[in-house]
Design a protein around this ligand. Sequence first.
Ligand code: DLL
Length: 426
Amino acid sequence: MEEMSRAELEALQFKLLKTLVYRLYSFSDFYSSRMKMAKVHPDDIRSLDDISKLPFMYKKDLRDNYPDKMFIGNQEDLVRYHVSSGTTGKPTVVGYTQRDLDNWSTSVARGLTSIGLGRRDVIQVSYGYGLFTGGLGLHYGAEKIGATVVPASVGNTERQIELIQDLKVTAVACTPSYMVHMSEVAQKMGVDIQRDTRLRTAILGAEPWSEEMRTRIQDNTGIKAYDIYGTSELSGPLFTECTEQNGIHIWGDLAYVEVIDPDTGERLGPGEKGELVITMLQKEALPMIRYRIGDITSYHDDECACGRCHTRISRITGRVDDMLIIRGINVFPSQVEYSLMSIPELGEHFQIVVDRKGALDTMMVRVELKSTAFSDKLDDLIRLKGKVVHVLRNDLNVAVDVELVSPGTLARFEGKAKRVLDRRQI
Ligand code: DLL
């Protein structure tokens, strides 16, 4: 699969798509009625491009059909459920057949192999185990490549660091914000990751993070940090970068990638930024066709330097619904991170506080200083604050207030970081 040429991959994708569409038309009440409404029949799918004739699916569809009205087949065919936390509205439930689980773990296994991990590795999984897909997703992928798994789950950071030392852990999987936190705690414990541990690889995802954050993590710890992407509706963590660190490979035999203009639904070309739409080509229990994930990225289908022809997506820069509108200007939290990380005196932890004073939106960025930049000289702090305000205003094009806080002041998160406090919604 990994070595398939583009043409071979596309031929396979077309075959899988045809089978999928016929199956859904015959067995899914939800999807066959959607297709009828869109006046499209499986026979109309005569090429891969014809996928654009098919209707989109949305997260709302899963919520409206809670918990399992969209599943195909019977409960006896299911071997697992995962449930999303449902921070906005009802949770979503995903059911898996044994084949769904096999494809999921194979996908993760292929990703881990592509970043050079294997039987000799000890992989600590510090994503939450349970209803969240991160822990078990990484776990079975790592076991499949014959690595030794430490199912640490989240929390108890000092213990996590002891385990990394004692069990000679070579790779850790967690959110990027938790990786930053772990390296701070290691430092406080007097543990030098390079000298005192064998940790050399981090598999980071489940939340947006910038290229600048990657540079910082790599420079601070001496380990290589790779991006891993997925969503619970598609299965969970599924796709990673390869050693080239140049985009996330979406295995073409498992998923078909489109990027669309979120306003018009029109398909965009390679390199153009828009909303990611994925069709899972082999899912059984909860098939997803043209699923609008809401994540913003672009795709590239030229051959990667690693030799693989599977489509790559660039780093997710945020979600369509993540965007803050401040006095009419669109601001993504990832842009704020990008700007802050370009200032060497600042640490990696920040918070964006949005409020409304009268009719006007206000935005305040609270950011920690690096311990080396911490000064009790007021002049130094005022100068630095001025610099941060200037950089943010320039990059974001919006008036921003800045509060510099001492290292270790802001909340740390064991799972996904919560960077934005939007008081306008309270
Ligand atoms: O976060 C699955 C996962 C677990 C991925 C562990 C990677 C590692 P959900 O909780 O359903 O599933 O959240 C999915 O998180 O639509 C993105 O908005 C965001 N996300 C996930 N990975 C990345 C990433 C898991 N590498 C939602 N970069 C997605 C940016 C990411 N955002």
